[in-house]
Design a protein around this ligand. Structure first.
Ligand code: ADP
Ligand code: MG
Length: 939
């Protein structure tokens, strides 16, 4: 290309005020293989124009030997290679540094592949020393007119400074981390407005517990801190850039039951611009310290309160005796208005000022480790005179050496005064006693009551004139004699006891009959009290009152007796009347039967027979009632289910008490069996229900209840029966109830509150007798206006179950088949005849005997006897039982049926008969007797 063709203005590509533009323009390019500027191809010119004006480091490596054309930005990196490097081959300029990076450049020259490299490390010598430099650069091919590659554009940045800075920073951070890690306090680094953890040290983890920190926001890591103010503080520090610090902030962490305390620092972390990018968190866990301080404060506060509430003046002195402390309680007792006025004052001088040197001595002793105590008068700070008890003792240091001195003063003024008063009293006492004695003598002499001084042995030492007036004895006849000489012999034990106990303390009044000189007696009411080893007795003559009272009592008793007799009269009168009626019914019927039979009119006989039998049955039940009352009834106890017995009675009771009374029965499940005479128990139950009905004229409710009871010793004692297992049958009503004085008497026979002719007063006494005889008890609980409960207790029976119901009555009487023989022993001919007739009717052979001797003779013979039927009460020296026992010597299996009108219980073994022996009560139904005889012979 012709240089002249190139217009000058074409050199505009080198225009611009830059240093390198200037240098290129001035450079003598003609002397180089690049030739004069004017000959540079268009592609080079365009590239240069871009490069020279770029702020980035830029060089163009031009031509086959890659000569350097570079811009201003490159100058600093060239260092002392500039400006000589301009237009020189790159390999020459950079030497071995070039060799390290040249390969991709050469590749780019050949293949046209551009490339870029980051942070390439390049050791190079600059400014006379070897430096390690770092570079980011890119290279792109420059193509000439024909598309051939004529050079390279190399743009880049030297990053050595940055690399060094980064390295420095990284090292710094690492060192920082090491420091943080080993710090005893906790350190954390939060970044961004959400306070995301970038770092926490070990102490942080120790306090907060193992959690995932790094990369998570504080709200996520510590959800439990909501409401504790920490999030808000962090937000504020982040927003304002103001650090925050606080001491002993309470913090409550999840899973901990007590709060912790921390000293806390939040310091903003800023970037170079000064804007906040994170927060540095640091601090200490001061929980232990805070708690210890708190405990200390509390115990100090407690000690202070203890000291304040003491009524003693408690002082601490230094070893020279100067005041360093006084408790608040002491301010009061010592009347100190302001402790500061006396703080530091020498305490012994206070006492010396009062004329007492003991305090001085005590301080000297305390210094040597000894304690002292003294008492003395001293004024309070307000000038009031008081007495003090003072204790001085050393306060020892841990090595046991006196360190301070403790002085405790107690105000003992009141005690002193009391002691003084007592001393004064003692001094005047004798005098007073004398006066009192004189006074008492006056009273004594003129008293209308008996007065006496008695020695502890019972001898009268003094007596007054009243003895003569009341009992006719002169004083000297009394003095010197024993008190028993004047007491009625009946009262000796009482008087002796009274004497014994009056020597230990005052006695309540007691009465004795005392001998008058004329041989009669007077009632005297005594009071006695010991004094000075003697007994002072005073006796009032109460004869008149006493006699009146006794007369009254006798009159009352007589009246009661008379009433009772009247009641008995009523009863027997009524019974006689009833009996007469019944007898009339019986004998009348018999008479009529006889007439009808003699007339051959047999049709009516049955009717009369029935009438006579009915009357006889009623008579029998009447006598039964009487016997029950006399507790002489013959009981025929059988194992009994009381619940079943009650349900059998229910209908009868309901009809008896009437519709205005609601009847309820509550039978205990699993009620034990008892051994009792069932008809008697039925009778008792009916009686209780009738009483209940009578107590509820307006109607009400009767509850019959059974229960099993285990009476322990205490309960049994209360009920007056042996301890053990019982069942109870209780009848409760909602009636009038009874006052206690009635309850006390209801078991008395004939006691009744019912109008004449309505009550017999026998119901409860019968029940009582029956219960006792059955080994049980009756108890009454009654409240006036509320109602009454009467309970019958019966002992549990452990034997077989309930007895089978008595054999059904049959009209076909069992008859003898083998000519069995029965011996009948009874002194009553009619009974004997009746029994014999029954036996013969049944086909048995009967042998009769009228007394025990005859009976035993028969029994001891070898006559066949299948059964002995005998009365219990027999003439002939033996009772029926003894006769039976004697007979059993020869006839050990002899069966015996006792027939008896009333219970000779002891004779019959209280209902516990030997096997093969039975009892039947008179009167008896013929078929019952027959069935029993048959049953016994057959068994
Ligand atoms: P009577 O029923 O013939 O009077 P009892 O011996 O059965 O004789 O009773 C004696 C007295 O006890 C009665 O008169 C009555 O005063 C009192 N009494 C008995 N049971 C009750 C009861 N359930 N409620 C109130 N008082 C009763
Ligand atoms: Mg009654």
């Amino acid at each position: 290309m012709d240089v002249s063709e190139v217009p000058r203005r074409d050199l505009a590509f080198l225009a611009g005020g830059s240093e390198m533009g200037e240098r290129m323009r001035a450079h003598d390019w003609a002397a180089t293989p690049l030739g004069p500027l004017e000959t540079w191809p268009q592609s080079l010119r365009s590239m240069l124009s871009v490069c020279l004006n770029s702020p980035m480091l830029g060089t163009i490596l031009w031509g086959p030997d890659l000569r350097m054309l570079y811009n201003d930005a490159y100058i600093p990196s060239m260092a002392d290679r500039h400006p000589a490097a301009l237009g020189r081959p790159v390999a020459e300029v950079w030497g071995s540094a070039w060799e390290q990076v040249s390969a991709p450049f050469h590749r780019c020259m050949h293949t046209g592949e551009g490339f870029s490299q980051v942070c390439v490390e390049l050791p190079m010598v600059r400014r006379g020393r070897l430096e390690t430099t770092y570079w980011d650069f890119t290279a792109a091919p420059i193509r000439g007119e024909g598309g051939t590659i004529v050079g390279l554009l190399n743009q880049g940045t030297e990053v050595t400074e940055q690399v060094h800075a980064e390295r420095r920073m990284a090292g710094e951070a690492e060192r920082q981390r090491m420091v943080f890690q080993q710090m005893p306090g906790f350190v954390g680094i939060l970044t961004g407005p959400d306070h995301v953890y970038a770092y926490v040290n070990d102490a942080y983890v120790t306090i907060a517990g193992p959690r995932a920190f790094v990369g998570r926001g504080v709200r996520e890591v510590f959800p439990e801190l909501v409401g504790q103010g920490f999030y808000e503080l962090l937000d504020r520090v982040y927003a304002t850039g103001e650090a925050f610090s606080a001491q002993s902030m309470p913090i409550r962490l999840a899973g901990e039951d007590r709060e912790r305390f921390i000293d806390l620092l939040y310091r903003p972390i800023r970037d170079e611009d000064g804007s906040v990018t994170g927060i540095f968190v640091g601090g200490y866990d001061t929980t232990e310290r805070v708690r210890a301080e708190q405990a200390l404060r509390e115990s100090e506060e407690f000690n202070r309160r203890v000291l304040a509430s003491s009524r003693d003046c408690i002082k601490v002195l230094d070893l020279d005796g100067n005041l360093t402390f006084m408790n608040e309680g002491g301010y009061e007792v010592m009347e100190v208005s302001d402790f500061n006025l006396i703080r530091g004052c020498p305490w012994p001088s206070f006492w010396e000022g009062q004329g007492n040197t003991e305090a001085t001595a005590a301080i000297a002793a305390a210094k040597l480790g000894q304690s002292r105590q003294f008492q003395g008068p001293a004024n309070t700070m307000a000038g009031r005179p008081r007495w003090w008890d003072v204790q001085v003792s050393p306060i020892l240091d841990p090595e046991g050496r006196p360190d301070k001195i403790l002085s405790v003063s107690r105000d003992i003024t009141t005690i002193r005064q009391a002691e003084d008063a007592l001393r004064g009293l003692n001094e005047t006492l004798e005098q007073r006693v004398e006066e009192r004695t004189r006074e008492r003598d006056q009273v004594w002499r003129h008293s209308r009551d008996l007065q006496a001084v008695v020695g502890t042995d019972g001898t009268f030492l003094a007596a007054n004139a009243a003895w003569t007036n009341i009992l006719g004895w002169a004083v000297d006849e009394v003095v010197g004699r024993n008190h028993l000489a004047f007491n009625h012999p009946d009262h000796h034990p009482n008087s002796t006891r009274a004497l014994a106990s009056s020597s230990t303390g005052e006695l309540p009044a007691y009465e004795t009959r005392c001998l008058h000189k004329d041989g009669t007696y007077r009632w005297i009411s005594w009071v006695a009290a010991p004094e000075g080893g003697l007994i002072y007795a005073s006796g009032r003559n109460v004869t008149a009152e006493k006699e009146q009272a006794l007369a009254l009592q006798a009159a009352e008793e007589a009246l009661r007796q008379a009433q009772k007799m009247e009641a008995v009269g009523q009863l027997t009168g009524g019974l006689a009347h009833d009996f007469n009626n019944l007898l009339a019914g019986i004998s009348g019927s018999l008479e009529l039967m006889q007439t009808r039979m003699s007339q051959g009119r047999f049709n009516d006989v049955d009717r009369y027979m029935a009438a006579a039998q009915g009357a006889a049955k009623r008579a029998a039940s009447l006598t039964h009632r009487l016997l029950a009352f006399s507790r002489r009834q013959t009981l025929d106890p059988k194992p009994t289910n009381v619940n079943r017995l009650i349900s059998g009675m229910e209908e009868l009771i309901r009809r008896t008490v009437g519709p205005s009374i609601h009847l309820e029965t509550v039978g205990a499940a699993g009620l034990w069996t008892t051994l009792v005479d069932p008809p008697q128990l039925e009778n008792a139950l009916l009686n209780l229900c009738i009483n209940a009905r009578d107590a509820m004229p307006e109607g009400g409710r009767i509850t019959i209840e059974t229960a099993n009871r285990w009476l322990d010793r205490w309960a049994a004692q209360k009920h007056g029966i042996p301890e053990g297992q019982y069942l109870s049958l209780c009848v409760t009503d909602t009636g009038t109830g009874m006052p206690p004085d009635v309850v006390a008497r209801v078991f008395e026979p004939f006691f009744t509150t019912k109008p004449l002719g309505e009550g017999t007063g026998l119901g409860l006494s019968m029940i009582y007798g029956f219960a006792q005889q059955s080994g049980g008890q009756v108890r009454i609980y009654s409240e006036v206006g509320q109602g009454t409960t009467v309970c019958i207790y019966l002992p549990r029976h452990h034997g077989d179950g309930e007895a089978h119901e008595e054999a059904e009555r049959t009209s076909d009487l069992p008859r003898s088949e083998q000519g069995e023989t029965v011996l009948v022993v009874d002194d009553e001919p009619t009974v004997r005849m009746l029994v014999t007739d029954i036996l013969e009717e049944l086909g048995y052979t009967a042998i009769e005997a009228a007394d025990s001797v005859t009976g035993l003779k028969v029994l001891q013979s070898d006559v066949r006897i299948d059964l002995l039927v005998t009365d219990v009460g027999l003439p002939g020296g033996m009772n029926g039982r003894q006769m039976a026992d004697a007979a059993r010597v020869n006839r050990p299996k002899l069966k015996v049926l006792f027939i008896t009108g009333y219970a000779e219980n002891s004779v019959l073994g209280n209902g516990h008969l030997n096997p093969g022996m039975q009892v039947l009560t008179k009167p008896f139904a013929v078929d019952t007797m027959a069935a029993r005889i048959r049953e016994m012979i057959a068994s």
